[in-house]
Ligand binder design. Structure first.
Ligand SMILES: [Zn+2]
Length: 63
């Protein structure tokens, strides 16, 4: 389950209204209202732990 960082609502990936990438993390927003709220002040809502990290390139994990 994913969490909307604005309203805190949990949802399935398929139920998300939109996804927004902010500083390498993808956030799932449940509705247009949360979307505009997040876009207005992303730094206030961005919480890397509730989003999904964007996989950029092939950064090798330590083994
Ligand atoms: Zn929401």
């Amino acid at each position: 389950m994913l969490k909307d960082p604005v309203c805190g609502k949990r949802m399935n990936r398929s139920k998300a209204h939109i996804t927004i990438e902010h500083e390498g993390v993808v956030y799932y927003l449940c509705c247009p209202r949360c979307q505009s709220e997040f876009e207005r002040s992303p730094e206030a809502y961005a919480q890397p732990e509730v989003g999904e990290k964007v996989k950029k390139g092939k950064r090798r994990a330590q083994s």
